[in-house]
Design a protein around this ligand. Structure first.
Ligand code: SF4
Length: 177
């Protein structure tokens, strides 16, 4: 087993979504990792909108799906090169989206898949962002994964933020009522 594979096994609860929440809100990340998965509750308008976008436009553009990390990853293959595709409804958390995609690439590479790039699609604004994975990203992902593990092992959730985006967060009632 490679180092990277044993690292992945040690961090089973660090999924791509958990990884992206690290860049948005540590409390949200903790709550999600602990299984308080408000995002799955039907009726959250942002979640429903995201699902609709994924079902309608994106499925016509991408030709393959790979399931791991408890999510399905969409990708296109050219020769032996794999390109990951992600769809997001808003560019507001672009940095988090980029790291989520890089985290998927990291996981694919750990499984011996030749992947070093991907694309994030923002169909609502008709934009896309190309993402290149570098060797430095691997070191950063290792470092952040350890930090995520440390945070989610804590008994209490991190302090809440007080940001504008809290109003649209699925955990708003949990944090502010
Ligand atoms: S409401 Fe704000 S503080 Fe609470 S989890 Fe969401 S983003 Fe974090």
């Amino acid at each position: 087993m490679s180092n990277i594979e044993s690292n992945l096994n040690a961090r089973m609860n660090v999924t791509g979504v958990v990884f992206s929440y690290y860049y948005i809100c540590h409390r949200k990340m903790w709550l999600f990792a602990k299984g308080l998965n408000q995002e799955n509750i039907s009726g959250n308008p942002d979640v429903v909108k995201g699902e609709l976008l994924h079902e309608s436009r994106f499925k016509r553009q991408v030709n393959k799906e790979l399931e791991f990390d408890r999510v399905k990853i969409d990708f296109i293959k050219f020769g032996d090169q794999v390109y990951v595709h992600e769809i997001k409804k808003s560019k507001k958390f672009e940095e988090a989206h980029i790291w989520q995609l890089k985290y998927y690439i990291y996981n694919l590479r750990a499984r011996g898949i030749n992947c070093s790039a991907g694309v994030i699609h923002y169909p609502a604004s008709m934009r896309k962002v190309d993402v290149q994975y570098t060797q430095e990203d691997e070191a950063m992902i290792e470092q952040v994964s350890s930090e995520i593990q440390r945070i989610i092992n804590q008994n209490k959730p991190p302090k809440r933020l007080s940001k504008k985006f809290c109003y649209r967060c699925a955990y708003f009632d949990f944090c502010f009522s």
